[in-house]
Design a protein around this ligand. Structure first.
Ligand code: ADP
Length: 617
C-alpha cells in the first residue's frame, strides 16, 4: 500500500477510535447523568402550548389534616369529600391513599363513599421485599373498578418517567393513571411488545422497559394541575362543580405526611407529591403528549455522520474555514437534541456532543501532525540533497583534475605513441572511476531513502579485503605504512559487494590518512556466532569519546584530522554507516587520542538471514 493510502487508513482508524470512545463515554454513568441534566434543562427551556387539563387533584393538604384530626381523622373527611363530588359525576376517581383499616367507624364511612363512587380506582403498592402487592382491603376493593400501582421509577431525586406496568412475580398491575384513563374511557388495554393501546390512543412504552413512559408535566405556564383541598371543599361546598367531567386524583399533598414526593424536571422548589405526579401521567396519556426516545440506530447514525463530517472537514479544509466548519459540527451536535425535543423526541445529548468533540479534536490533531510531518520530510530531503551536491563536487574533483590535466597534455605536447597510450588509458580509467562514483553515490542516496533494494550476492570476505588493500597500497607506500592482513574467517559475506568494498576501502584509507608514517595498519577478523567481526586497526592520531560520537555525521571532521594536513570531506563514514546498517550490521569504534583507532564492522555471515532494516530518512 502506498504511504498516502496507509495514512488515510490510519486517519480513518483514529476517527473510528474517537467514535468508539465517545459512544462508550456517553454510556457511562456520567454520560447518563449529563443526558438527564440536559433533558431537565430542555424541559425548562421549551414550553409547549398550554392545554385544557382533564384531571383535577382532590388534595389532603396541611390545612385539611389539621382541620380533620391528622392522619387518623382525615379518612372520614375524605369519605365526605368523595360524597360531595359524586354529584359532579367525575369520569373517574383515582384514590392514592393506602386504605388499610384503622377504625371501624371511618372504615364504614369510607366504604360507603367508595360504594357511591362509580369508576373508582384504588391504589396498590409493591410490598417492601417485592414479593407481592399491598392491596386495599377486600371491603374497599369490591367497589373499585380497577386497582392500579402507584410505583414511580426512582431516578431519584427527579421523577422523569413511570413504569406503566409493574409485576410482583406473575401478578402484574397497570399504573394508577393508566387504569384511570382506561376506566374513564370505558375501554381495554391492548398490548404489543412496543406499545400499549387504550381507546384508540397508542402509548409508546415497550415491554422490555416495563412500559416505562416519560411524564410530560404540565408546563409552568399552566401552573399546576387544578387542585381543590378537602378543607376548601368543606368550606366552599359549591367547589364540587370543578370536578364535573374530570378525572379526579385524590391523595395526600401535605408536606409532613407525604411518603412520596419528587422533583420534576422543572425543578420547582417544592417537590411534587405522588398524587400530582399520577395526575400528570394521566395528562400525558389523555393529551397524547408522549415524549418518545429516539431509536438507538438513529443516534448511532447521527454520531457516524458527525465523525464523517468532522473527518472530511479537516481533510479538505484548513485554517479558519476548517475551524468555522468544526464549530458548525459542534453546534449541530448541541442543537439537534433540542430540536428533537420540540418535536417530542428525546435525543440523548452526550453521544452526539462527545462524538463531535472527540472526532474534531482527533481530526484536527492528526492533520496538524501530518502537515508538520510533511514539512519536516521535505526539509530533510532538501538538506540531504544539499549534502549530496556537496559530496559530489568534493569527490569528483580528483578524477576530473586527472582527466583535464591528461587531456591538456595530449593536445599541447607532441607525445610518443607509448606516452599517448598511457595517458589515454589514464583518462579511460579515471572516467570509469568517475562513472562508478556517480553510480555508487546515487545508489547510496537511494539506499538511505529506502528506495533501493540491496543486491544480494555471496562473496568472499578475504577477496574483497584483498582488493581494497591493493587499491590502498600506493597511499600506504607513500607514508611507508605497512598493511598487515591477519587471520580471516573463510566465510562468505552476503549483500552488495560493491557497497561493502566501498566501506572497507574507506576504513583502510582513513586508517592510512590519519596515521603518522612508518606505522602499521592491521586488518583482521573473527567469527562470533553467526556474525563476522572485521576490524581495521591503526596506530594513528585517534579520537576522544566526544569525537567518536560525531564521526558518523555527515561533514564532521575532528580538529585533529584537520590539523593533520590530510584532506577529507567528512562524509565517507556516514556512507559506511549507512551501508552497514542496510546490511543489518553495526560498527564499533575503539579509539583514544594519540593511541590509534580500531573500527570493527559486525556483519551477518552468508548463512544468516539478514533482517530488513528500516529505511533511514
Ligand atoms: P574524511 O576522512 O573524508 O574527513 P570520514 O567520514 O571518512 O571523512 O571521517 C570523518 C572523520 O572521522 C575524519 O575527518 C576524522 O576526523 C575521523 N576519523 C575517521 N577515521 C579515523 C581514524 N582511523 N583515525 C582518526 N580519526 C578518524
Amino acid at each position: 500500500m502506498s504511504r498516502a493510502g496507509r495514512q488515510r487508513l490510519a486517519y480513518a482508524g483514529f476517527l473510528a477510535l474517537a467514535f468508539m470512545i465517545a459512544l462508550t463515554a456517553s454510556w457511562t454513568q456520567l454520560g447518563t447523568q449529563i443526558d438527564n441534566y440536559v433533558y431537565d434543562w430542555m424541559f425548562r427551556l421549551y414550553s409547549p402550548q398550554p392545554w385544557q387539563t382533564q384531571s383535577i387533584v382532590l388534595a389532603i393538604d396541611e390545612p385539611s389534616l389539621s382541620a380533620f384530626g391528622g392522619r387518623l381523622g382525615f379518612r372520614k373527611a375524605l369519605a365526605k369529600g368523595l360524597e360531595r363530588i359524586a354529584v359532579a359525576h367525575p369520569r373517574a376517581v383515582a384514590v392514592d391513599v393506602i386504605v388499610a383499616d384503622v377504625d371501624a367507624e371511618s372504615d364504614r364511612a369510607l366504604e360507603a363513599a367508595f360504594r357511591d363512587t362509580p369508576n373508582l380506582i384504588l391504589p396498590c403498592d409493591l410490598l417492601k421485599d417485592d414479593s407481592g402487592w399491598d392491596d386495599p382491603l377486600p371491603r374497599f376493593r369490591r367497589w373499585a373498578a380497577a386497582v392500579g400501582h402507584v410505583h414511580v421509577e426512582l431516578e431519584a431525586p427527579v421523577g422523569r418517567s413511570i413504569p406503566l406496568e409493574k409485576a410482583a412475580g406473575r401478578d402484574r398491575r397497570w399504573a394508577l393513571a393508566l387504569e384511570a384513563f382506561r376506566v374513564a374511557q370505558n375501554s381495554v388495554i391492548v398490548e404489543s411488545p412496543r406499545e400499549l393501546e387504550v381507546a384508540g390512543v397508542t402509548i409508546p412504552a415497550t415491554r422490555a422497559t416495563s412500559r416505562l413512559m416519560r411524564i410530560r408535566y404540565v408546563p409552568p405556564a399552566m401552573e399546576r394541575i387544578p387542585t381543590v383541598s378537602l378543607k376548601q371543599l368543606e368550606d366552599h361546598p359549591e367547589l364540587w362543580r370543578q370536578f364535573s367531567g374530570k378525572v379526579v386524583f385524590a391523595g395526600v399533598t401535605a408536606q409532613t405526611e407525604v411518603r412520596d414526593r419528587w422533583l420534576t424536571p422543572y425543578l420547582s422548589p417544592m417537590p411534587m407529591p405522588g398524587v400530582e405526579m399520577h395526575a400528570n401521567t394521566f395528562e400525558t396519556i389523555a393529551q397524547h403528549r408522549f415524549l418518545t426516545d429516539a431509536p438507538a440506530w438513529s443516534v448511532v447514525t447521527f454520531c457516524l455522520l458527525l465523525v464523517a463530517v468532522a473527518g472530511s472537514i479537516f481533510t479538505w479544509l484548513s485554517g479558519w474555514k476548517a475551524n468555522l466548519a468544526a464549530v458548525g459540527v459542534l453546534g449541530a451536535a448541541h442543537i439537534v437534541p433540542y430540536i428533537a425535543f420540540t418535536h417530542s423526541t428525546v435525543f440523548p445529548f452526550s453521544p452526539g456532543v462527545s462524538t463531535a468533540w472527540f472526532s474534531i479534536v482527533t481530526a484536527a490533531a492528526w492533520q496538524h501532525f501530518v502537515v508538520r510531518g510533511r514539512l519536516v520530510r521535505s526539509e530533510t530531503e532538501r538538506t540531504r540533497y544539499q549534502q549530496a551536491m556537496h559530496f559530489v563536487t568534493h569527490e569528483m574533483r580528483t578524477p576530473l583534475t586527472a582527466i583535464q590535466g591528461s587531456s591538456e597534455m595530449m593536445t599541447r605536447y607532441s607525445l610518443t605513441d607509448e606516452k599517448r597510450n598511457q595517458i589515454a588509458q589514464l583518462i579511460n580509467s579515471e572516467s570509469k572511476r568517475l562513472g562508478r562514483m556517480i553510480e555508487m553515490f546515487l545508489n547510496v542516496e537511494r539506499l538511505s531513502a529506502g528506495e533501493m533494494q540491496l543486491k544480494h550476492e555471496n562473496f568472499g570476505l578475504r577477496e574483497v579485503l584483498e582488493t581494497c588493500v591493493e587499491r590502498a597500497r600506493p597511499l600506504a607506500d607513500r607514508k611507508q605504512i605497512q598493511i598487515v592482513m591477519e587471520e580471516l574467517p573463510g566465510e562468505a559475506l552476503a549483500g552488495d559487494r560493491e557497497l561493502m568494498e566501498y566501506a572497507f576501502f574507506n576504513l583502510l584509507t582513513n586508517a592510512i590518512k590519519y596515521s603518522p608514517s612508518k606505522t602499521e595498519v592491521r586488518v583482521f577478523g573473527e567469527r562470533e556466532a553467526d556474525r563476522l567481526r572485521i576490524s581495521v586497526q591503526d596506530q594513528g592520531i585517534g579520537m576522544d569519546r566526544k569525537e567518536v560520537r560525531k564521526i558518523f555525521q555527515k561533514f564532521y571532521r575532528t580538529k585533529r584530522a584537520e590539523q593533520s594536513g590530510e584532506t577529507g570531506t567528512g562524509i565517507g563514514l556516514s556512507i559506511v554507516e549507512q551501508i552497514v546498517l542496510q546490511h543489518g550490521g553495526k560498527i564499533e569504534v575503539a579509539s583514544a587520542p594519540g593511541k590509534g583507532s580500531c573500527f570493527t564492522l559486525i556483519l551477518p555471515g552468508a548463512g544468516a538471514t539478514v533482517p530488513r532494516p528500516l529505511a533511514a530518512n
